[in-house]
Design a protein around this ligand. Structure first.
Ligand code: NOJ
Ligand code: NOJ
Ligand code: CA
Ligand code: CA
Length: 721
């Protein structure tokens, strides 16, 4: 063989080897597919649904200082002052993940302070530094006192390796304070994009901010377009701001973030937020929950509407206030507490997607609320961890930290004591939320109740979680004979007697002899394996466009791929496991659809909350109806020829419109910011409607408007009488 031939043979061999290698790789990919097919609802890769998770809320600056070299210098740093920076950072969180403090507690998600660059000066209105993260300056850069982009990514990778999801706080309502009496604010609320100035509050010719002075919190409208305590209020309907906020959140999602806690959602137009969410969900299906501050336990129609229609979940303030009243101040009976639980389970489309808490950085620590009675904290955690909704533990409260109000309720982490009783309680119940689907998705039924005692059961499929609490410090109760769905048998307390619980025997749907002593609580559970019938727990997100990924969680789906349909159309299945299915939304007419899961064995189940297929990608448009005079009790709404405008159904018209914002519209002019399909010619009319539903249609022909693509629009027309 000539040398030349040898060379050719060699090349040929290399080619053959390369080819074989590629084939080998290709043949490996079905195996990879099989691996992804086995994703469970409890896996960290499931960033759409958090129902099996326990979230730990961290005020980043106050948790752990893992890198003193990034601490600020000068007057914004003072460890003895709770209004100044204390040095906590992402390196500190990374260390606490690595040393097991969070994982041994069963924590599977952290919610950290807003990671974006904040102002670095003292806010003179309250002599405070931006340690809390709510005074943004540049949403495209990190708060360097928390760390660099690399530190952030390291924290995320470390968290994911430990099966912990990462949620960031995000505050798109405002930047920093710009108006407060005659005070001077050196940063003037300025907004930057990766260092480049977008605009400041004064001489705001580009309309980056709303300029309506302070809100008096009197109406929803007033709270949206006016500033909160002088914080420079971003005008999300401005195209530059809209694009800025969509692109900046995508940047953080691309770093690996799994969820978003949106600050002050009550203070931004709902239509803008829905459009922002649809952009997020098309980019990455993550779990989003908003803060709609509410001080009560009753329903609030605007809040409930937001929870059910905006596209994001809410922090469940009703639950928090009820648990605080029942177990903190004891101003509400356990029966009344249960009534709130039932009311929220019916009021929210997806109760298991709402996020519960017993305290947070804006209210007194539970320990302080309960007069320093640590047993009340323990019992509140038992109730929260076994109730519907995704529990959030506020950092430090598991160590019985105290503090009546901001900033004392945001002190340094008191200790990392893994022998704290509350820590142990959480570490027993959090893993149960991962493995028992009744804890994640079950509906609540009361089994024994009086003003002190609540025995309740949550069931899903054949799984059961049974909880008994007695808040009385003096009186025990005999609960023998209480009903239950637990199968016959003897059950040991999941809390292993930490709160006085013992074994529970069950026979034919009743519990055997059981005395629930003063101050005791106990949890018993049964996890069904190999459910034959499918049950849907959640669908996340609950809205989107064709091609978006939707995650369906629950139990009994089987391990062999079956069928998922939206109405009559089958969806493409991306992955399938017994507790988690991922599909892509089929292309279909916009509307609300039942999602049906049919197992390979032919058993099927439909969801209770309908999935909203949007007409197309969304843009936010401000509709202004000029000179629409109304009779007392009438309001203006918009209705039109697409789903987002109610498909000409006056009952589904969007509104009521606003009419009291000086810079936009004052009666008889009305306006509303609405999420509508992008780049489409739409027809619409305004209607006048009263509380009884009586409708007066606008006369004349339909208004016609072509919606913009990419960013916000505005259309202003006279009302035809
Ligand atoms: C609600 C946050 O939780 C609170 O701490 C903050 O000060 C305000 N929103 C303004 O961002
Ligand atoms: C019903 C309304 O009455 C009318 O004004 C409108 O033009 C049509 N729908 C459009 O189909
Ligand atoms: Ca530090
Ligand atoms: Ca606002």
């Amino acid at each position: 063989m000539s040398t030349n031939n040898k060379k050719i043979t060699k090349i040929y061999l290399i080619l053959v080897m390369a080819f074989t290698f590629v084939i080998a790789l290709l043949s490996l990919s079905p195996a990879l597919n099989a691996a992804s097919l086995s994703m469970e609802d409890s896996d960290v890769e499931n960033s759409a649904s958090f129902s099996t998770d326990t979230i730990y809320q961290i005020v980043t600056d106050r948790f752990f200082d893992g890198d003193p070299s990034n601490n600020p210098t000068g007057d914004i740093f003072d460890k003895s002052n709770n209004r100044k920076y204390h040095g906590g950072d992402w390196a500190g969180i990374t260390q606490k993940i690595n040393d097991g403090y969070l994982t041994n507690m069963g924590i599977s998600a952290i919610w950290i302070s807003s990671p974006v660059e904040n102002i670095t000066t003292i806010d003179p209105s309250n002599n405070s530094a931006a340690y809390h993260g709510y005074w943004a300056k540049d949403f495209y850069r990190t708060n360097s006192f928390f760390g660099s982009v690399q530190d952030f990514k390291t924290m995320i990778d470390t968290a994911h390796d430990a099966d912990i999801k990462v949620v960031i706080d995000f505050a798109p309502n405002h930047t920093s304070t710009a108006e407060y009496g005659s005070m001077v604010f050196p940063e003037d609320g300025r907004l930057y994009k990766d260092g480049q100035l977008i605009g400041g509050f004064k001489n705001d010719t580009a309309g980056i901010f709303n300029h309506e002075e302070w809100t008096d919190f009197s109406t929803w409208e007033n709270g949206i377009y006016h500033s909160m305590y002088g914080l420079a209020d971003l005008n999300q309907m401005n195209g530059t701001v809209d694009t800025y906020l969509k692109d900046s959140i995508n940047l953080w999602l691309d770093y690996g973030v799994d969820g978003i806690r949106v600050d002050a959602v009550k203070h931004m137009p709902m239509g803008w937020q829905s459009n922002w969410l649809s952009s997020i969900y098309s980019h990455k299906p993550v779990f989003v929950f908003g803060e709609w501050f509410n001080g009560g336990t009753g329903s609030d129609p605007e809040m409930d509407c937001f929870a059910n229609e905006s596209g994001m979940s809410l922090l469940d303030f009703r639950f928090a206030n009820a648990v605080r009243n029942a177990l903190g101040t004891k101003t509400m009976s356990m029966q009344e507490f249960y009534d709130v639980v039932v009311a929220t389970e019916t009021g929210y489309k997806e109760i298991n997607d709402q996020v519960t808490f017993i305290d947070n950085h804006d209210m007194s620590r539970f320990m302080t609320l309960a007069n320093n009675n640590s047993s009340s904290v323990d019992m509140a955690y038992v109730v929260q961890m076994t109730s519907s909704g995704i529990p959030t533990i506020y950092y430090g409260s598991e160590q019985y930290a105290k503090g009546a109000s901001d900033p004392d309720n945001r002190g340094d982490m008191p200790s990392f004591n893994t022998n704290s009783k509350a820590y142990k309680i959480i570490s027993k119940l959090a893993p149960m939320r991962k493995t028992n689907p009744a804890a994640a998705y079950g509906k609540t039924v009361e089994r024994w109740v009086n003003s002190d005692v609540l025995v309740y059961e949550r069931t899903f499929g054949n799984s059961v979680v049974y909880t008994a609490v007695n808040r009385s410090t003096t009186k025990g109760y005999d609960i023998t004979g209480a009903l239950t769905a637990l199968p016959n048998g003897t059950y040991s307390d999941v809390l292993q007697g930490l709160c006085g619980g013992g074994n529970l025997t069950v026979k034919n749907g009743e519990i055997g002899s059981y005395y629930l002593g003063a101050g005791q609580s106990a949890v018993w559970q049964y996890t069904a394996t190999n459910e034959s019938a499918p049950e849907i727990g959640n669908i996340d997100p609950l809205m989107g466009v064709a091609g978006n990924t939707v995650t369906i969680t629950g139990c009994g789906f089987g391990t062999t791929k079956g069928i998922v349909s939206f109405g009559t159309k089958n969806a493409n299945v991306v992955s399938w496991s017994d507790s988690c299915i991922k599909v892509t939304v089929p292309s279909m007419t916009a509307g609300y659809y039942n999602i049906k899961v049919t197992t390979s064995a032919g058993l099927s189940v439909s969801n209770y909350a309908k999935y909203k297929v949007l007409t197309a990608e969304q843009v936010a448009v401000r509709f202004i109806a000029k000179n629409a005079t109304t009779d007392y009790g009438q309001n203006v709404y918009i209705v039109g020829n697409c789903l987002e405008l109610g498909n000409w159904d006056a009952e589904k018209a969007v509104g009521p419109f606003f009419n009291s914002t000086g810079s936009i519209a004052i009666y008889p002019n009305w306006f509303f910011d609405v999420s509508v399909p992008a780049g489409q010619e739409i027809e619409f009319k305004f209607i006048k409607k009263d509380a009884a539903g009586n409708v007066v249609w606008e006369g004349g022909t339909n208004h016609v408007y072509t919606t913009p693509t990419g960013t916000t629009g505005e259309v202003s027309v006279y009302f035809y009488n």
